[in-house]
Ligand binder design. Structure first.
Ligand code: GLC
Length: 445
């Protein structure tokens, strides 16, 4: 009797509930598509990587000038547009670049497939203004993407929506005298889509399609949505940054009134530039910044110090963001040795303390002048960035702290009350860059 009853229950579940479950799953996927949401697993995986290498490179490095800045102002247009004829980076070695990325502790790489100047670092069948028309004639993206795959670095491409070179793109850059008659932005969008398809199919699967150059008034929200959907249709688990849409600042605005809801705006993460993003556990974000001052190579550029680079990474990860740190390789194809050294210094630090960075989330404590916190499972990492501080006072948490240690060596005294947590590290155990105190919590998996 009992068995018959349970059989009946199972049968009822199968008839009434299971189709419901299946259709709920399908509906969820459909809804995600409509709401412009990334594949949650791909987004979570990317967030866990924390640290990526950005590369800005192209024929403009021959001039040591800023890549694609102020059309015609730094370098006359005819000169700039013909630089590719001399671009011959014979010392380019994908294996070495990726080895540097690995030694730095970065887990993904984003390279300028096409910057605002329109030059393509890849072999494109849709334009001759590409790497195959230079004396070098080697597909940089092919070599680099294959090497990334070989060495276990996620490969991604930067792609500028605005384009100085394509006659169909509008508006013209200041100083560009070409007539606009006959130019057709829709045709340009088709060109873009063709190239994006090339990027995904020839060099993919990609981690991220990293757009930029969306600020001209011709780029509308509707065009942004359409492009987002198109790229997603090429590779369902690809991530797309906020610059695919216009008005990137709206998504960052945390005031309830201004911030669009997920799905009202295209873009899976925001991209604060040359600044540490706000603490934000709701919307994924990635700060992009450069080791030197310029994005592309400039001789004798000033580099950020080891301390600045490491503390920037810690503050970003403690704010629940990722860091995409840029280098601009030289015109001969090498990454400047001083920048390689800086990256390796970061890598050496990460080798020792990477457990407090990779795979963590920001918090649970907000950042302060003392530093930042990261957490993973039952562990909180307190990163004390000011070695002068004798004690750090943090807000209370519900879970009980059952153990503490100092990852960077030495001891710490941790006191937990209902009002606060205090962490004190004796002077000799404080580090110049980051003293990392580890707290273990009870009852957390
Ligand atoms: C700035 C630079 C541009 C670079 C971008 C990266 O806008 O001008 O060259 O590609 O930052 O975020």
């Amino acid at each position: 009797m009992k068995t018959a009853k349970s059989n009946l229950i199972v049968a009822c579940l199968a008839v009434f509930c299971l189709p419901g479950v299946i259709s709920a799953v399908a509906a969820d996927a459909q809804q995600r598509k409509d709401r412009l949401e990334a594949n949650p697993e791909a987004l979570a995986n990317w967030r866990n990587l924390k640290f990526g290498l950005f590369i800005h490179w192209g024929p403009s490095s021959l001039k040591g000038a800023r890549i694609s800045m102020w059309r015609g102002r730094q370098i006359p247009i005819e000169v700039y547009d013909n630089l590719y004829r001399q671009f011959n980076p014979v010392k380019f070695n994908a294996k070495e670049w990726v080895a540097v990325a690995k030694a730095a502790g970065t887990k993904y790489l984003v390279i300028t497939a096409k910057h605002h100047d329109g030059f393509c670092l890849f072999d494109s069948q849709y334009t001759d203004y590409d790497i195959m028309s230079t004396p070098f004639k080697r597909d940089v993206l092919k070599e680099l993407s294959e090497e990334c795959r070989r060495q276990g670095i996620q490969f991604s491409t930067y792609y500028s929506i605005l384009d100085w070179y394509q006659a169909d793109y509008l508006p013209r850059g200041a100083g560009d005298k070409r007539p606009t008659e006959g130019a057709d932005l829709d045709r340009y969008v088709t060109y873009m889509k063709n190239q994006l398809r090339e990027l995904v199919t020839k060099y993919g699967p990609l981690g991220v399609m990293w757009f930029d150059g969306e600020w001209d008034k011709t780029w509308t929200h509707e065009r942004g949505l359409d492009l987002y959907r198109y790229v997603r249709s090429l590779q369902p688990n690809i991530l797309i940054n906020d610059r695919v849409d216009r008005d990137r600042d709206r998504l960052r605005d945390k005031s309830l009134a201004g911030r669009p809801k997920l799905g009202e705006y295209a873009g899976d993460f925001t991209t604060p530039e040359e600044r540490i993003g706000e603490f934000d556990c709701d919307v994924a974000w990635e700060t992009c910044d450069t080791i030197p001052r310029e994005w592309s190579w400039k001789p004798n550029d000033v580099l950020k110090s080891r301390k600045e680079c490491i503390q920037m990474l810690v503050k970003i990860v403690g704010g629940d963001g990722n860091l995409l740190l840029n280098v601009g390789p030289m015109p001969d194809g090498r990454i400047e040795p001083s920048q390689v050294e800086r990256l390796k210094e970061m890598g050496r630090w990460l080798q020792m303390y990477g457990e407090s960075i990779y795979g963590t989330r920001g918090g649970p404590f907000p950042r302060g002048n003392w530093g930042a916190a990261t957490c993973k499972g039952d562990t909180i990492y307190i990163h004390i960035l000011d070695p002068k501080l004798e004690t750090v006072t943090l807000p209370p948490i519900e879970k009980k702290i059952v153990a503490s240690s100092v990852l960077t060596g030495g001891t710490a005294t941790v006191k937990q009350t209902q009002q606060s947590i205090t962490v004190a590290v004796p002077e000799n155990d404080r580090q110049e860059i980051d003293t990392i105190v580890v707290l273990k919590l009870a009852g957390v998996k």
